[in-house]
Design a protein. Structure first.
Length: 252
């Protein structure tokens, strides 16, 4: 009877974690630069489920657990606009942001979110996250127009004019392990050397959409929910059988 409890409770816990992850993906389907997460599971070594020296009667069970989560760094589509503060990247490089989060472990974080604006002092910022970084630090724009070239160079008024700065861009292997902070910031990235033929383009007047596939995530959510309910039903049945067995033993 205990075996049924183990399987059912484990199934409920596992699918609850999956639903939490999928729900977060769906909540950020419209977040610029968001990269979807998926839950990775693993299996403990088979364990004996009854007392020692009763191996012939005990059997085994394979207990699955949530090992970690994986972030899909694949590039998504672009959405174009009329705002010069919307910036996207085609390629495996990321913007650098000097964050103003209190207590953050890392001051400089990476992101693909290019929906920027100016703060009260005339610096390029990402919402309430922090200032966009150039090769010379915080990028000061002031109250004048600016143009960003494909290589990330920022000019005053027109390409080839006065150079303001150049965007600080960091290479991230699309297969790398990353650690998220918030919805679309990355605090830790598995280091690797950029390829010699690394190519990228900075695109002004565009932002990268979330790489969440709404239909796929919804189907996965429904499947996880069905499995959760099935395990919940099995757990209730095990409990009823256990109560019946206990009552029978008392009568005997």
């Amino acid at each position: 009877m205990n075996r049924g409890y183990y399987y059912a409770a484990n199934g409920m816990f596992l699918n609850q974690r999956k639903m939490d992850c999928i729900g977060n993906n769906l909540a950020n389907v419209s977040t610029a630069g968001y990269k979807r997460d998926t839950v990775l599971t693993n299996t403990f070594d088979e364990q004996m489920i009854l007392v020692k020296h009763r191996e012939a009667l005990s059997g085994t069970f394979a207990h699955r657990y949530v090992d970690t989560s994986y972030t899909d760094l694949n590039q998504s589509n672009f959405e174009y606009s009329d705002s010069p503060f919307d910036v996207a990247i085609a390629g495996d490089v990321y913007f650098n942001v000097r964050t103003n989060y209190p207590g953050a472990d890392r001051e400089i974080m990476l992101t693909r979110n290019g929906q920027w604006e100016l703060d009260g002092e005339g610096y390029l910022v990402l919402n309430n996250t922090g200032r966009i970084q150039g090769e010379n630090g915080d990028i000061y724009i002031g109250d004048k127009d600016f143009v960003i070239d494909a290589d990330g160079t920022i000019y005053r008024d027109y390409i080839g004019g006065e150079v303001i700065d150049r965007l600080r861009l960091s290479y991230v292997n699309p297969e790398a392990d990353v650690t998220k902070f918030g919805a679309n910031m990355f605090t830790e990235v598995q280091e690797s050397e950029p390829p010699a033929d690394l190519q990228y383009d900075v695109i002004q007047y565009a932002t990268e959409r979330s790489n969440v596939d709404w239909n796929y995530e919804l189907n996965m959510l429904l499947e996880a929910n069905r499995l959760y309910e099935a395990n919940s039903t099995m757990l209730k049945m095990c409990d009823q059988l256990n109560q019946g067995a206990t009552g029978l033993c008392k009568k005997v």
